[in-house]
Design a protein around this ligand. Structure first.
Ligand SMILES: [Zn+2]
Length: 262
């Protein structure tokens, strides 16, 4: 897979078949089981649903929209059920110092975006991947944590958070095998991640840096993913990310020079 998402039972065709091709480890079974477990879909409809909508309007207004459309936290009860449903094996529990620092960086991002209820789990699968399970568990593969740096991992977690806002929409597109829509939603999540990072004073370009590293790694080691068409090509994502970053830079400059409307 180019950039894994582990969020629905419906996407098991894309991910599990790919994972199972040539890999029969317990860890692979873990991820497949994760994919089969229940999803909890919440979230409200955003007023922007297309990547182009994020290139117009004031970035500050988009941040306000994101805040207004913020999905409700997953309840403690639901979190318990989600965690109990996770397979007992396949989690990497002993992390080296460098990996732990990166997990801490993701935790810091979750706290900064007021998503303290999220769990973070590092899992032992062959591909570099980060995904969001049941809107409650950030799954990071061992190769991903070794491959990307802390800022990139934070940025990729911010992309996963973006999926909260388009959760239902993404599932619908997935069920209909609507690759165009799935591609658009990935760009929307890239943009949400960039806005989130910018808002926190972090570098929005790290989103695409991380995605590029992970995509290259998986391509070189595992070949083309069966669900690759569900994701825009990296070049397209980078071009879109540049446009978003330009907008963010322009808006920062405007607010610094005091031209922004009160
Ligand atoms: Zn995504």
């Amino acid at each position: 897979m180019a950039y894994a998402h582990t969020r629905t039972p419906e996407n098991r065709g894309g991910i599990s078949l790919y994972l199972l091709r040539g890999f029969r480890s317990a860890a692979v079974v873990v991820l497949v089981l994760v994919l089969l477990s229940t999803i909890i879909a919440h979230g409200q409809t955003l007023t922007f649903q297309n990547p182009r909508d994020l290139l117009i309007g004031d970035p500050a207004a988009i941040v306000d929209l994101l805040e207004a459309a913020r999905p409700a936290p997953v309840s403690t009860e639901d979190i318990g059920a989600i965690l109990r449903a996770l397979p007992p094996t396949g989690e990497v529990t002993k992390l080296g110092a460098a990996a732990q620092r990166k997990v801490n960086a993701v935790r810091q991002l979750l706290t900064a975006t007021r998503r303290e209820w999220y769990e973070i789990k590092v899992i032992d699968v062959p591909q570099a991947a980060i995904g969001l399970h049941a809107r409650a568990v950030v799954l990071i593969s061992a190769p991903a944590i070794a491959l990307v740096n802390a800022a990139e991992l934070q940025a990729m977690a911010a992309h996963e958070i973006g999926h909260e806002y388009v959760w239902t929409e993404w599932n619908r597109a997935y069920q209909h095998a609507d690759q165009n829509r799935l591609n658009e939603l990935e760009l929307v999540c890239d943009a949400i991640a960039a806005f989130t990072l910018h808002q926190l004073g972090k570098d929005p370009s790290k989103v695409i840096d991380g995605i590029e590293k992970v995509t290259r790694f998986n391509r070189q080691r595992l070949g083309a993913a069966t669900n690759e068409k569900n994701y825009p090509p990296v070049a397209e994502r980078r071009a879109f990310a540049r446009q978003i970053q330009q907008r963010l830079r322009n808006s920062s400059r405007r607010s610094r020079s005091g031209h922004q409307a009160p």
